[in-house]
Design a binder for this molecule. Sequence first.
Ligand code: ATR
Length: 287
Amino acid sequence: MQQNINGKTKLLGVIGNPIEHTISPTIHNTLAKMLNMNFVYVPFKVDYNDLGKAIEGAQALNIVGLNITVPYKEKVIPSLCDIMPLAKQIGAVNTLKLTEKGYVGYNTDADGLFRSLNEHAITLRESHIVIIGAGGAARAVAMLCAREKANKITIINRTRAKAQELAHHVRRHYPTEMEVLRFHDIHGIDTFDVAIQTTPIGMSPNVLNNPVTDDSFYDKFHTAVDLIYNPGKTAFLKKAEEKGIQILNGFEMLLYQGIKAYEIWNNVEISDSVLEEVIRQIKNQNG
Ligand code: ATR
């Protein structure tokens, strides 16, 4: 996918560590090519103590847009000149847009998940949602569920204090009913609607790991979402599918957060036909 790089080429990129397995360059370079825009998107592996320097350098080099991924979505915030309200509420940023004053931070993860859920007719409104995990990804999911008026959110996490902190954070912004459980309390859980798995448990290469081993859990809900996209079917989703539960992985969320970032950087709207081509290219390049 070689592009014509010339004096007018603008640079976009993604900062993270590790970064080698990212599929974001495929998403954005395909978009640039299809929309005939003179942009190149590259991965930047940045050491933990160099993040501030990297952002300053990126600004000096006129890098017009950046994605920020693990482990920097929170750490990057002090380097920004401004932050959008949703990103501020979530406390995490995955997209930076360069302005005259510096980088403005956005969070397109929540929008990406929301669009992916909508495409599969998975409803948050008036639903009881169980979130597995209480890290950065869970935070975006919890704020989205609350914003979309879920009627109850249960957070299941290994470390109870972290789950409680997230529950309090949600309650500071929304009146949603919150519940906190640990994995060994899971057998007592009421029936609910959707389980959203946000931990790295089951991610390649540890594909046999499943955060929820209690069989009775899988009799209690109708839809299982895992934010992991590699493998496409985690042990958690496999188990859910065996029990007749509707399943959805994190691939479309990843895709849609990227699309949204591109729309923010370039003030364009991506059509469905372009989106389909991007999906085709990703599948070609990743088998
Ligand atoms: P991210 O930003 O990707 O969400 P994170 O902030 O490091 O990553 O959060 C990871 C989440 O996965 C946490 O909820 C973590 O549980 P703790 O709060 O108890 O640390 C959870 N997690 C990660 N590895 C885990 C494991 N082996 N068993 C149980 N929970 C795990």
